[in-house]
Write a protein that binds this ligand. Structure first.
Ligand SMILES: C[S@@+](CC[C@H](N)C(=O)[O-])C[C@H]1O[C@@H](n2cnc3c(N)ncnc32)[C@H](O)[C@@H]1O
Length: 353
């Protein structure tokens, strides 16, 4: 028997990783659904169909032939691409995680950017949701007013995400999806795909990059961190939720969940791909970020709920900011005069309190 807490931990570890799947990674020309044929031909691919490009950025031109894609991971997610919106299914814990991660992202963004429109506090902010899957987190962020681009290498998941969001007309203006990887998106400017930048939000255009329950599935975290930096505005925020690399996460996430309780198919987790908060912070700092907060999270499978925890031993959420200039306070979609006036009133009131 295991206690509620251990059960929480097991399921928390399990929930994300249980749901992976693969597809053979398609050539970039097909993954860029919004890219014109002429531009698609300019993409170069390696043998695995992954775009190779020279990444620009503060550390000079670095040749990034590395890919974040682990094709086994992608295969597992492909097999589950129709299950994203089953709240009781394989992704139940991700649905429940919105109770923590949506406010975590919203509140940290509002600590930098003033939210002025009631009900739409993130209006005017551009967010890139990397590894968005079926859009479980992408949609609520868009409903808070943000302009969100969700990307994922699994085209089938992007299909599910598009279909689901199409049911809500309010999301039409707020939300876009693209079947591609972060490094492909990041490399688009360098390969002459500038015209869509304005439309979709290109390199250096995002106020926030979100990668929730994604980094433990990536093949190359250096490339991931570098590209996140490349996509953000100076002062922009990076939000990551992931799983720690501890004995406990090995014991509960792999030994107990996979080998004893068999609630996870054997081989689902690769403990070597887990990462500690310290190691993640170090990686981010070496890629131009400053970590601002790290919080532990715990899942209770009996209740189907997540809660914040003092311990980061299993799951955790991290907020980092891109070092550089002060964050830009203006929004991409400027508020109207009335809203600006309201903001001014709020600022004045806050100053007097
Ligand atoms: C556990 S799911 C999380 C989905 C979503 N972020 C959420 O929390 O609802 C991990 C996602 O990462 C995606 N993924 C795997 N490899 C990736 C890569 N190299 N780049 C971007 N996403 C990737 C998978 O296809 C899958 O959708």
């Amino acid at each position: 028997m295991y206690t509620n807490q251990i059960g929480s931990v097991v399921r928390g570890v399990y929930a994300r990783n249980a749901a992976l799947a693969s597809s053979v990674v398609r050539p970039p020309s097909r993954r860029f659904s919004v890219t014109s044929g002429r531009k698609q031909r300019r993409l170069r691919t390696d043998g695995a169909g992954v775009c190779q490009h020279v990444l620009p950025g503060p550390t000079s031109s670095r040749s990034a032939s590395h890919s974040t894609v682990d094709s086994d991971e992608v295969k597992r997610f492909k097999a589950l691409a129709s299950k994203w919106w089953d709240e009781q299914g394989e992704f139940a814990a991700l649905h429940a995680m919105n109770d923590l991660r949506v406010p975590f992202i919203r509140d940290n963004l509002l600590s930098v950017h003033e939210g002025c429109q009631p009900g739409k506090p993130l209006k005017g902010l551009r967010i890139l949701d990397v590894g968005c899957g079926g859009g479980l987190l992408t949609e609520p962020l868009a409903r808070l007013g943000a302009n969100v681009l969700g990307i994922d290498p699994v085209e089938e998941s992007i299909g599910t995400a598009r279909l689901h969001s199409s049911c809500d007309p309010d999301l039409r203006e707020q939300l876009r999806y693209c079947a591609c990887t972060l490094e492909e998106l990041s490399g688009r400017q360098e390969i002459g795909v500038e015209e869509e930048e304005e439309e979709e939000g290109g390199a250096g255009q995002f106020d926030a990059v979100v990668a929730s329950e994604v980094v433990e599935h990536l093949a190359d975290l250096e490339t991931f961190a570098f590209c996140c930096n490349h996509m953000l505005k100076p002062g922009g925020s990076l939000f990551i939720t992931t799983i720690n690399k501890t004995r406990l996460s090995y014991l509960l996430g792999i030994v107990v969940a996979e080998q004893i309780l068999r609630i996870v198919p054997s081989g689902t987790h690769d403990w070597n791909k887990f990462i500690s908060p310290t190691e993640l912070e170090r990686l981010l700092e070496s890629n131009g970020f400053l970590a601002r907060s790290v919080r532990g999270m715990l899942y209770n499978p009996m209740m189907g709920r997540w809660s914040w925890s003092d311990s980061t031993d299993i799951n955790y959420a991290l907020h980092a900011v891109k070092r550089g200039d002060e964050p830009r306070h203006e929004r991409a979609e400027a508020s109207g005069p009335e809203q600006q006036q309201q903001c001014q009133v709020r600022r004045t009131a806050a100053a007097h309190n």
